[in-house]
Design a protein around this ligand. Structure first.
Ligand code: FES
Ligand code: FES
Length: 222
């Protein structure tokens, strides 16, 4: 499933108009640095304001993230990624860190319902959004149908990719309740499984969408 991005061609930044993107944050630093060296501190503030970009940091800033329906307020370094905020500051370790560069999908969460690699989004960019992590899918003791189906089909080995695949599957079925096998392959193409559990994953998604699981492993090859 395509992941969220501030630049539609690149993985993992904020929707337009919300917060400070990693790029805008770095641009602000660049403007400030240039202004400091060329014009002095007084102009630095002028340059940043003229750019109309909120300046946060460099010290820690208080933010409130809405995660799985509840607000959580923490003070974080402005460079903290959403993934770091989830795992380190909020102890929501269901979201996995594997590549930390937007390549594997293990850290996938939903941000306002859109599949997002949380290692490529700043936590400050997620302020104001509704974030859903794998911990937020079950309703009490009742698992999400995707989770149930992953269990039934034994769609994991080491499990490192599994939360991301579950979130990507949930996002896919929210958008397309009865995807074909090809659509499932495409929808989960941003999520890598080093253990090669694709056959069982595809079967799990087919069954979670009320369709007959495929029996042939060759048919499930990505
Ligand atoms: S850990 Fe984020 S995409 Fe791999
Ligand atoms: S189950 Fe091990 S990486 Fe997917």
């Amino acid at each position: 499933m395509p992941h969220e991005n501030d630049d539609p061609t690149l993985p993992g930044a904020a929707p337009p108009g919300r917060g400070v993107t990693r790029r805008s944050f770095m641009q602000t630093l660049g403007i400030s640095a240039a202004a400091t060296s060329a014009l002095g501190g007084e102009r630095e503030a002028t340059a940043a304001v003229a750019d109309d970009t909120p300046v946060l940091g460099p010290g820690p800033v208080p933010i409130t993230l809405r995660i799985n329906g509840k607000p959580h307020t923490r003070t974080v370094d402005p460079a903290t990624t959403l993934l770091e905020a989830l795992r380190v500051d909020l102890d929501l370790t269901g979201t996995k860190e594997v590549c930390d560069r937007g390549a594997c999908g293990a850290c996938s969460v939903l941000v306002d319902g859109r599949l997002t690699v949380s290692c490529m989004m700043l936590a400050i960019d997620a302020v104001g959004a509704e974030i859903t992590t794998v911990e937020g899918l079950a309703r009490g003791d009742t698992l999400d149908p995707v989770q149930e189906s992953f269990v039934r089909h034994d769609a994991l080995q080491c499990g490192f990719c599994t939360p991301g695949l579950v979130m990507a599957s949930r996002a896919l079925l929210d958008e397309n309740p009865k995807p074909t096998l090809d659509q499932i392959k495409k929808g989960l193409s941003g999520n890598l499984c080093r253990c090669g559990t694709y056959t069982n994953v595809f079967n799990a998604v087919l069954e979670a969408s009320g369709q007959t699981p495929i029996a042939d492993a060759e048919e499930a090859m990505p």
